[in-house]
Ligand binder design. Structure first.
Ligand code: HEC
Length: 126
């Protein structure tokens, strides 16, 4: 009897969580479920990462007095931030990191996945 109840409960949970994702797709107008081609294969630093960081980060994190004393804007500095985990931690809004870009909406799932892929494939200067 207990087993049957557990199985029923489990299928309820699975059912409810599948509904949750359906709703999420609706909420985001399907934008998040569009194929994320940028994060497929090799991610080019120059062609994919720099434009993203330029749009979302460089305005505050370049120059002589970068915000939070966190310098970005060159391959060396961007790679250093990726290596110490802060690049992904901040854009992914992971616990223990200050959420970035500051005062702006979170980057899209695809943009974050693209950054993740660049990091996971060795942060190439390509
Ligand atoms: C509007 C200005 C602004 C923008 C845009 C911005 N930042 Fe920041 N950032 C700050 C300020 C101010 C701080 C220091 C205060 C704090 O940590 O919240 C900071 C701190 C940080 C830190 C240190 C936080 C920690 O938890 O150690 C990192 C890493 C960082 N930013 C990365 C980024 C990245 C990556 C982007 C782009 C996705 C970005 N920032 C965009 C203003 C900005």
């Amino acid at each position: 009897m207990k087993v049957i109840i557990s199985v029923l409960l489990l299928s309820c949970i699975v059912f409810i969580s599948s509904c949750y994702y359906d709703k999420e797709d609706l909420l985001y107008g399907g934008a998040n479920s569009a194929p994320c081609t940028d994060s497929v294969g090799t991610v080019s630093y120059a062609q994919k990462i720099v434009p993203l960081l330029q749009q979302y980060c460089y305005s505050c994190h370049t120059g002589s007095f970068p915000s939070g004393n966190e310098l970005m804007g060159t391959y060396t500095s961007d790679k250093a931030m990726a290596q110490n985990g802060k690049l992904f931690g901040t854009v992914n809004h992971s616990t223990g990191f200050s959420p970035m870009p500051k005062g702006m909406p979170k980057m899209t799932t695809c943009q974050i996945a693209t950054i993740r892929k660049w990091i996971d494939t060795g942060m190439l200067n390509n």
